[in-house]
Design a binder for this molecule. Structure first.
Ligand code: ZN
Length: 207
């Protein structure tokens, strides 16, 4: 997870969100298993607008794992509801509840949520304040120097997003290995094209 700066809520969302929210919540009330569908604005499904807008702020990376670059080709880009829309229908169109996510994070997280789940756009978010990287096995771990609350948040975030599952630890080690083989100039030039930039940034800080 890498710090993300959230852009301003777009006007088309601010102007329509209460109407869209009301419609969705009413549908859920009538039929609790009703499917969610993104509404259209000016003839375009709004998830496409959101993908573009949020993708600019993450430079085409997943907001949760910072992988999947470039989203849309290396991994399908999806808009995740941080608080699941099924349980929190009033948050279905809340700007702060919407994050660009890769397929893997979206599938693992699914409808799960905890108040401890970390948001990459938290004002004081910084990878090292919550996590450390295990260079032996590629796992993300809670930073043992962080206070108890932050460690719990890190543990829950790793679990709910499955950050140490599947091939993800290996993928992080492999990406870091590719990065460290580059000259320092190339590292700075190509940083944005790498997955898991929080690891590369720690490397650059150490130089
Ligand atoms: Zn992801």
């Amino acid at each position: 997870m890498r710090k993300m700066l959230r852009p301003e809520c777009p006007d088309w969302l601010a102007e329509n969100q209460s109407r869209w929210t009301q419609t969705y919540c009413q549908r859920r009330e009538q039929n609790p298993s009703a499917n969610f569908a993104w509404p259209q604005h000016e003839g375009r499904k709004i998830n496409h607008n959101l993908q573009q807008l949020l993708g600019e702020s993450t430079d085409g990376h997943c907001s949760y794992c910072d992988g999947g670059f470039p989203l849309g080709s290396a991994s399908r880009d999806t808009i995740d509801h941080f608080k699941p829309k099924e349980a929190y229908c009033t948050e279905a169109f809340t700007w702060e509840n919407l994050y660009l996510a890769c397929d893997c994070c979206q599938q693992v997280k699914s409808n799960r949520y905890s108040d401890n789940l970390l948001r990459p756009d938290l004002l004081d978010f910084d990878f090292s304040s919550y996590f450390q990287f295990n260079y032996r096995n590629g796992h993300l771990e809670p930073n043992p120097l962080a206070d108890e609350e932050k460690q719990q948040q890190a543990i829950e975030t790793i679990r709910l997003l499955g950050l140490n599952e599947h091939e993800r630890p290996w993928a992080r080690l492999s990406e870091l290995n590719k990065f460290t083989c580059l000259s320092m100039d190339k590292q700075r030039e190509l940083l944005g094209t790498f997955n898991y930039r929080f690891l590369m940034e720690m490397e650059l800080q150490d130089q």
